[in-house]
Design a protein around this ligand. Structure first.
Ligand code: GCU
Length: 362
């Protein structure tokens, strides 16, 4: 059944180089992955900013007995030393006391305040996870500001905005990697099991962060939809023309060329998911979120599966049908759940992601 849905979409091939050569081995896939990331930078998200020369943290506040005494809470400023300047941004870290060496979730947040309706810290730390979180607006403002502030200001100051210039999603993803740099300097957490997570535009960002940074062992894109995990061809709801009109600054200028011309794209969003292989990705979707389009989201995982299989992983274990409310497909390396309700980062989603991470801990 799914073949009949995917076939007519004529998706660009994952296991074939741009020059048409087929990919049969893991080594060939590694080259193909580089080609894919380059293509996604050039045509969708813009190129990642440079890696920092060094990263440092300055703790401004510590509460050793937060959340009824169960959690150590630290507020800090992370500073990335770049070639000619320093980029600082605030990060909050929560460490549960009742577990040793906890797994960590890097949460890219809409808002500064913690806890937040999308980020129920106490429930997460009670489950034994540490959390590191930052607010995306503290990295680059989510609005049309002509790239004057934050990281956007630093990059813009380096010249004209080119057709493949860094979009803000890529900037937020870069910041998640700086949090990863910092986490690698701590010796009280599980370095092998660090996830990146975000909702909606920040779910798109989580996918980009994990695709470009192999240190993230897990990625949890919640309701990420258009230009996140939803196949763009024949997608319902939001399309390239909508997203590039309302949020042009999320992407490089090249992306808008595909508005109304999705069939000309030499990629689709299964490329972004496959670039994370062989690592874990589990998505959350909501049945009323037709703007994101859960069926098209599902198809990305179905289509990315062949790369996981090539790499010897289980990939996406799923029935031969579209998803139903209540589905939790968590057996494989790729996971997916579809819940009732609307676009939201709900407790239900959190429970699913934490279950997935515990089940597949490396
Ligand atoms: C808008 C946008 C979506 C995005 C969402 C969000 O609806 O069109 O692409 O995912 O905002 O970030 O909440």
């Amino acid at each position: 059944m799914l073949n009949n849905i995917i076939g007519p979409l004529k998706l660009p091939e994952l296991l074939q180089f741009d020059n048409g050569t087929k990919i049969n081995t893991e080594d060939e896939w590694l080259n193909r992955r580089r080609e894919i990331l380059n293509m996604l930078s050039e045509k969708v998200y813009g190129f990642p900013p440079e890696d920092p020369i060094a990263i440092s943290s300055m703790v401004s506040e510590v509460n050793k007995d937060a959340y009824a005494g169960k959690v150590i809470e630290e507020h800090m400023i992370l500073s990335a030393q770049l070639e000619n300047t320093i980029f600082p941004f605030p990060v909050k870290f929560f460490l549960p006391k009742h577990v040793e060496n906890p797994m960590v979730i890097v949460y890219i947040a809409f808002r500064d305040g913690v806890p937040d309706r999308y980020l129920p810290i106490e429930e997460i730390t009670d489950e034994g996870f540490a959390v590191a979180t930052f607010c995306y607006n503290d990295v680059a403002f989510d609005g049309e500001d002509n790239y004057v502030g934050g990281l956007a200001g630093i990059l813009k100051g380096r010249g004209e905005r080119k057709e493949n210039a860094t979009g803000k999603i890529m900037m937020w993803a870069w910041a998640a990697s700086r949090v990863m740099d910092y986490l690698m300097t701590r010796n009280d957490i599980d370095h092998d099991n660090i996830a990146v997570m975000g909702h909606s535009r920040l779910g798109k960002t989580a996918l980009v962060a994990a695709a470009y940074d192999e240190r993230f062992a897990f990625c949890f894109p919640n309701n990420s939809g258009c230009t996140g995990d939803a196949i763009t061809r024949e997608k319902e709801g939001e399309r390239v023309e909508h997203i590039t009109k309302t949020f042009p600054y999320w992407f490089c200028p090249n992306y808008r060329k595909y508005a109304g011309k999705e069939h000309e794209m030499p990629f689709d969003q299964h490329f972004l998911v496959a670039a994370i292989a062989p690592r874990f990705v589990a998505a959350g979707t909501a049945v009323e979120d037709t703007w994101a389009d859960p069926n098209s989201q599902y198809l990305s995982y179905v289509a990315a599966d062949e790369v996981y299989k090539l790499l010897g992983k289980d990939g996406f274990i799923h029935p031969d049908r579209l998803p139903k409310i209540g589905d939790t497909l968590h057996e494989g390396t790729l996971g997916f759940h579809l819940r009732s309700g609307r676009h939201f980062h709900s407790r239900y989603d959190w429970i699913k992601y934490m279950e997935f991470m515990k089940r597949h801990r490396i």
